[in-house]
Design a protein around this ligand. Structure first.
Ligand code: HEC
Length: 199
């Protein structure tokens, strides 16, 4: 009986050790895909398949570049505020080199407008967010053939009802035509942002 018990506990030990080994090996980092660099090194907003994530912390952690107050219907009152943000390091790089560095991030939030007569005058200011546009600079032509990548940028569009899903279908039809006036400035409307114009 004692001998049987001993054998039982010994086999329990073996099973336990095997469990630990199995657990430890599952904790090892997964092998990285065979690319020259990992997309995580390039941008934390891009995964290995080129899926673009919307930065969520931009209001707190990024630099506010500027706003434009837009009347989306000609002749009608201002009904949108477009607020644009970028990373601190992108401002520094742009001020130095007059160009956005690889991995640079631009976020444009489109907000509804509230209007109110304040002591300074008739004020129009941002209220609820309607949508977000995201651009991530790509100097290397990554993800060739992916419809969200091209002309030196990754292009994303997000709505509050599904804020993690890029609903743009193809940047050439959904974005590029409207950005042609800014083509000479790498597709970005830099003239709107005082920090990028302090030459
Ligand atoms: C109807 C025209 C139009 C479309 C469509 C459009 N944009 Fe823009 N975008 C603009 C204009 C004009 C600006 C300048 C800021 C402003 O007044 O809105 C701008 C600004 C931006 C900015 C801030 C940086 C900059 O260039 O000034 C980002 C980011 C951006 N757009 C991304 C996109 C993406 C991504 C798409 C497609 C999913 C897109 N845009 C589609 C007209 C457009």
């Amino acid at each position: 009986m004692r001998c049987q018990l001993k054998t039982f506990f010994t086999s329990l030990n073996v099973a336990f050790i095997m469990l630990i080994v199995a657990g430890a090996s599952s904790m090892l980092p997964a092998a990285r895909p065979e690319t020259s660099e990992s997309s995580v090194d390039f941008s934390k907003y891009v995964d290995a398949n080129g899926v673009i994530t919307r930065p969520t912390e931009y209001r707190k952690k990024m630099v506010f570049l500027g706003s434009s107050a837009v009347a989306s219907v000609p002749g009608k009152p201002i009904d949108e505020m477009h607020n644009v943000y970028t990373r601190p390091e992108d401002v520094a790089a742009f001020q130095k080199d007059k160009t956005f560095p690889d991995g640079a991030v631009l976020v444009k939030e489109v907000c509804k407008v509230k209007s109110e007569k304040l002591s300074a005058g008739e004020a129009h200011y941002s209220s609820d967010i309607k949508l977000w546009f995201v651009l991530i600079k790509d100097e290397k032509g990554r993800f060739h053939g992916n419809p969200h990548w091209g002309d030196g940028w990754a292009w994303g569009l997000y709505y509050p009802d599904a804020p993690t899903k890029n609903v743009s279908t193809n940047y050439k039809t959904d974005c590029k035509l409207c950005h042609i006036p800014a083509q000479k400035d790498d597709w970005v409307y830099v003239q709107l942002y005082p920090l990028l114009n302090s030459r």
